[in-house]
Design a binder for this molecule. Structure first.
Ligand code: NAP
Length: 245
């Protein structure tokens, strides 16, 4: 049977996989959640929007004769990963996650680990500071509970409605980022503290190097619980997994 992959995307790694699949002529569809206004163009066919939970995804897999699913979503897209786990189990479609190991603190880092966004908000109790929120638009409203801070928001799209934060500045930018630019950004805005998710990978790591170089503390939101599944930590490892399945 000819392979017909579904790639659950939204990450740099997913785009790298799509390029490799196109180069090798492997049949595959790239799936976007539809959160970003102008998603990165892909060299393979794509679809946009939710499937409708586990049942909707299971139906999609059957109706489109999907042979394998690669979950290349962000490590914080836990709902999608659990849905993929259940839908693949229910339909017998093999599943692999293309993911990256979490970042680990190195010498010189000053990280405070928290389990979720609510705990990150609670960790900001105290004196007013300039806080870099590198979290994406979905979570920034929660920080209205700590209105004393000035927030620097790095977002892929400019927000359509102003965030419910008393003092903020939006920086519209799409990764990958580099250390020199992130250091310059933190200096220019007088950033005193960074809040981020432990995404892992190279594309967003620059902010951690910049924080280390400038001696800034980091509130690090640890990863949510994800299902047990086969893991590939590189595009090459996905092809090895495909050979075995
Ligand atoms: P989520 O909470 O895990 O997913 C919520 C719902 O969105 C899912 O149940 C599914 O809807 C739909 N969905 C998510 N990813 C999808 C995909 N690739 N294709 C089709 N539908 C998808 O996800 P999230 O945290 O909102 O993230 C949304 C997307 O942004 C993901 O694709 C992720 O890779 C990307 N992203 C997320 C983060 C982050 O920090 N969370 C960062 C960078 C990029 P149905 O139940 O209707 O199928």
């Amino acid at each position: 049977m000819q392979a017909n992959l579904l790639v659950l995307g939204g990450t740099t790694e997913a785009s790298a996989l799509a390029r490799a699949l196109a180069t090798r002529g492997v049949r595959a569809t790239f799936s976007y959640a539809g959160r970003v206004e102008t998603p990165r163009p892909q060299p393979i066919p794509h679809r946009v929007g939710g499937f409708g939970g586990v049942a909707g995804l299971a139906r999609y897999l059957v109706e489109h004769n999907i042979s394998h699913v690669v979950d290349a979503t962000h490590p914080f897209a836990a709902q999608m990963s659990w849905n993929a786990h259940h839908a693949c189990r229910d339909t017998g479609v093999p599943l692999v996650a293309l993911t990256r190991p979490p970042w680990k603190a190195a010498e010189g880092d000053d990280w405070c680990h928290v389990p979720d966004v609510e705990a990150a908000v609670a960790a900001l109790e105290g004196e007013p500071k300039t806080v870099m929120l590198a979290l994406g638009r979905l979570h920034m409203e929660a920080f209205a509970a700590q209105p004393q801070h000035h927030y620097v928001l790095r977002l892929v799209d400019a927000p359509k409605t102003p965030p419910a934060l008393p003092r903020y500045q939006v920086v519209v930018a799409r990764g990958p980022f580099n250390v020199a630019d992130d250091t310059a950004l933190f200096r220019a805005h007088g950033v005193e503290l960074v809040v981020c998710k432990n995404a892992g990978g190279a594309g967003a790591e620059a902010k951690l190097h910049a924080a280390r170089d400038l001696g800034l503390p980091v509130v690090m939101i640890d990863r949510p619980q994800l299902p047990q599944r086969d893991i590939a930590e590189s595009v090459a490892a996905v092809f090895d997994w495909l050979d075995q399945h």
